[in-house]
Design a binder for this molecule. Structure first.
Ligand code: GCO
Ligand code: MG
Length: 443
């Protein structure tokens, strides 16, 4: 006589009462128990907020019902940092309490769907915090770093680039040479614009350029000419071996961006980054049709409809998503696999507004992805290391992952509480930048 499925599950679980979803959970528990791994349940989900240096960092902590088993995930969105905690604690936490930590993909998909409207930066960061915390937990359970769970290393360590910058050309060259002396094989070069708010150089600014307003000022055509001059000088002064990168930060008009990429071809770049804004993706084809300068794009992407067409049409060379903005380690791993099939390499965003947990997730993907390209490097200062123990180590321009289980990072929550978000007029949000005539521009 056939056994009824419900009866079967009941006997597997040995449970008398049936709550909603209980049969499946019970069967799953038994399955993991037979593999010798107990199935932990989520007991708490919280957000650790801190500002050890310039950026407000948000990290999700998931604790389980198993003694000492917990995990951390990066959910940093510094310009809207206050919104992460409620997104996690008021919406995802009640949804997750009591669920098993075993099913990372299932949890990702159900969290993603639970807001109905999706793919925005706040909600994606909230999900990323949960997703990466679950990977951390799984690694800790297995006693392995996450890169082992994702298949193991394709390379020993991760090649990076440092940020060289200065007020004028000689300063940038000197800054690049300092990186090269430390062993870096690749440098990003950015020069200040006198009197203007350029991107990437702390030396930009000043007030001596006349404008019809008193806000920070920027003129794209000037930036374009000065940055091209910088590339010419850097290639000449720094030699033929160094990889040169430059972040255009979507500051130019689409036509200027095409011109810039075309002119830069002669300087043999490692890549040019963000020549266009996500609103102007349609112009990437024009860049491709005009030159072979390698293009990196994607730190502003939140939505699969932004990266999929660029990768599938082979319009970029490096996909440069910010992992937590795309929803964390799980979806970004799929982006890496998609990109590999189209010959596109990875260059995950690694700026200052990323927690060491987020950088560990980047480096993990760098290690396991055959199509790894390069990793952006921003140093972790002492205050950050006082909170985050076990940060990835930099040696000779290579990032080395911590070999401890999970992401290998422990957070000193007392230290974090000593460095809370600081008050500021815009609460971490960005101000505006305007053309001479007062038109606001993307920054
Ligand atoms: C980079 C980025 C950053 C961003 C920053 C925004 O390539 O490193 O462009 O510097 O501007 O992450 O918060
Ligand atoms: Mg950038």
């Amino acid at each position: 006589m056939p056994i009824h499925r419900r009866e079967l599950l009941k006997s597997i679980a040995g449970a008398g009462a049936w709550g909603l979803g209980a049969p499946l959970l019970a069967a799953q528990e038994t399955a993991t128990a037979t593999r010798g791994l107990a199935s932990p349940r989520i007991e708490d989900v919280s957000v650790i907020e801190c500002q050890p240096e310039g950026a407000r960092l948000s990290v999700v902590k998931i604790t389980t019902d198993q003694d000492g088993l917990y995990g951390y995930g990066c959910a940093t969105f510094t310009q809207r940092a206050d919104l992460i905690k409620p997104a996690v604690e008021r919406y995802l936490k009640p949804f997750l309490l009591g669920k098993t930590t075993d099913r990372i993909e299932d949890i990702w998909q159900s969290c993603y769907d639970s807001s109905y409207w999706k793919n925005g930066p706040v909600l994606n960061n909230a999900i990323s915090g949960v997703d990466e915390a679950l990977w951390d937990i799984k690694g800790r359970q297995a006693g392995m770093p996450v890169y082992q769970l994702a298949g193991g290393k394709c390379r020993e360590a991760v090649d990076t680039y440092g940020h060289a910058e200065g007020a004028d050309f000689p300063e940038v060259v000197a800054s690049a040479k300092q990186y090269m002396a430390q062993g870096f094989r690749n440098v990003r070069v950015q020069v200040g614009l006198p009197g203007m708010a350029g991107y990437g150089s702390s030396h930009s600014g000043g007030t001596d350029v006349k404008a019809l307003h008193n806000k920070p000022l920027f003129e794209p055509a000037y930036d374009m000419r000065r940055s091209l001059k910088l590339l010419e000088i850097c290639r000449r002064e720094l030699g033929e071996e160094v990889g040169l990168l430059h972040d255009m930060h979507e500051r130019l008009t689409p036509n200027e961006a095409v011109q810039f990429c075309k002119e830069a071809e002669q300087y043999d770049m490692f890549f040019l980054e963000d020549p266009l804004s996500p609103e102007d993706l349609g112009y990437f084809r024009q860049i491709r049709e005009n030159c072979a300068t390698p293009i990196a794009m994607g730190e502003l992407f939140n939505n699969p409809h932004e990266w999929q067409p660029l990768i599938e049409s082979r319009l970029i060379d490096y996909i440069r998503v910010h992992l937590s903005q795309a929803g964390g380690f799980s979806p970004s791993r799929k982006i890496a696999v998609l990109a590999e099939a189209y010959g596109v390499k990875t260059a995950w965003h690694g700026p200052g507004d990323l927690s060491p947990v987020g950088q560990a997730a980047n480096i993990t993907l760098d290690l396991v992805s055959y199509n790894f390209g390069i990793q952006e490097y921003t140093p972790f200062g002492e205050p950050t290391q006082a909170i985050f123990h076990g940060c990835p180590q930099m040696r000779d321009g290579y990032f080395w992952i911590n070999e401890k289980p999970g992401w290998g990072i422990e957070i000193d929550e007392k230290e974090a509480a000593r460095m809370p978000y600081r008050q500021s007029p815009l609460n971490g949000g960005w101000g505006e930048i305007r053309l001479r005539d007062g038109t606001v521009i993307k920054q």
